[in-house]
Design a protein around this ligand. Structure first.
Ligand SMILES: Cc1cc2nc3c(=O)[nH]c(=O)nc-3n(C[C@H](O)[C@H](O)[C@H](O)COP(=O)(O)OP(=O)(O)OC[C@H]3O[C@@H](n4cnc5c(N)ncnc54)[C@H](O)[C@@H]3O)c2cc1C
Length: 296
């Protein structure tokens, strides 16, 4: 395989795939480097994306790759990128893959609480996003596990789906609970011992006192971390939300390195990642086209 490309895209999720499409349609030579583990892979289906409601996440990627492989300037390598350096006129990934520009689209990883059952149930009956999974649980017994600030954001959204709602602060004090109480939401400040489940189906939570609270689903807000430090190692700055700092063209603080998808978006979803990937691809195409046309 040729080692020289116009653009190296690191990450083949919705953002990287959409960027690749804009770039190959600009007739740029693209190498997509992807380890192949998407953030939404724990879920059986993706939702909130018109024309693709209920599509398994892996199937969505397969469909996208089938379309990209029709373009002669598109190449895919199933690999983890563990080194990225700037050298002369190129960025070099994994020691020998060279691109004039780089798009970081490596996504983020959800850090779940250390409660037995949380990891197994995440994406199955423990969720983080009401748009991805809430509708299927309307009028069912739903829990929210959150601190006060996050609960204030999530509770109105979930209450609109089901009024059979319990708020678990998991050991944290909830001080401003008048609004929750007025809506009849039970507040449990005791810690959760574990999640009880049958396979992938949540049955409820067991509190440290031994009390069992029956639930069909639970929403929480995992803390997030980048799946890779390659951009940080290169010197790309992050903003106050912990995401890559970018300019209006989605270029990071390192000249020639762009970022898209969950690593730049506060509103994280497949459709938002597709949009930012598509835009980043067009931005890179514009920069390369200008350099080729005017010289640089
Ligand atoms: C359980 C769950 C369910 C969800 N359901 C929905 C839903 O129904 N609808 C919706 O709109 N959104 C959903 N989301 C959110 C959605 O998954 C993300 O917003 C979206 O996948 C982000 O796309 P992305 O391209 O930025 O990153 P990702 O989809 O995470 O893709 C990143 C890719 O980069 C690769 N990668 C990472 N590091 C490297 C490296 N160093 N070298 C090479 N490759 C690398 C990864 O393997 C992966 O393939 C869900 C999220 C979760 C956690």
């Amino acid at each position: 395989m040729d080692k020289y490309f116009d653009v190296l895209i690191i990450g083949g999720g919705p953002a990287g795939l959409s960027a690749a499409l804009s770039l190959v349609r600009g007739n740029k030579k693209v190498l997509l480097l992807d380890e192949g583990v998407g953030r939404n892979f724990p879920a059986a289906h993706m939702m909130n994306f018109l024309t693709r409601e209920g599509t398994p996440p892996q199937e969505f990627r397969k469909l996208a790759l089938n379309e990209l492989e029709e373009y002669e300037n598109f190449s895919l390598m199933k690999v983890l990128v563990d080194s990225l350096v700037g050298e002369d006129k190129y960025f070099v990934a994994n020691g020998n893959l060279k691109g004039k520009k780089v798009l970081l689209a490596h996504g983020i990883r959800d850090q779940l609480p250390e409660i037995p059952g949380a990891r197994e149930l995440f994406g199955k009956s423990i969720f983080h996003c009401p748009y991805c999974h809430g509708y299927e649980y309307r009028n069912k017994a739903i829990g929210i596990m959150a601190n006060e600030q996050i609960a204030q954001h999530l509770a109105p959204l979930i209450w609109g789906l089901s009024q059979n709602l319990v708020l678990f602060s998991n050991g944290l004090e909830i001080t401003h609970h008048e609004a929750f109480k007025k809506k009849g939401i039970r507040i449990v400040e005791e810690k959760i011992e574990k999640f009880r489940h049958q396979g992938e189906k949540l049955e409820g939570v067991i509190l440290t006192s031994g009390e069992f609270v029956e639930l069909d689903a639970l929403f929480l807000r995992p803390s997030l971390e980048f799946t890779s430090t390659i951009g940080l190692d290169l010197g790309c700055r992050v903003n106050s939300s912990g995401l890559y700092e970018t300019d209006s063209m989605l270029m990071t603080s390192v000249n020639g390195v762009y970022a898209a998808g969950d690593i730049v978006e506060v509103r994280q979803s497949v459709v938002a990642s597709c949009a930012s990937g598509s835009f980043a691809g067009a931005s890179i195409n514009l920069a390369l086209s200008r350099e080729e046309f005017y010289g640089s």
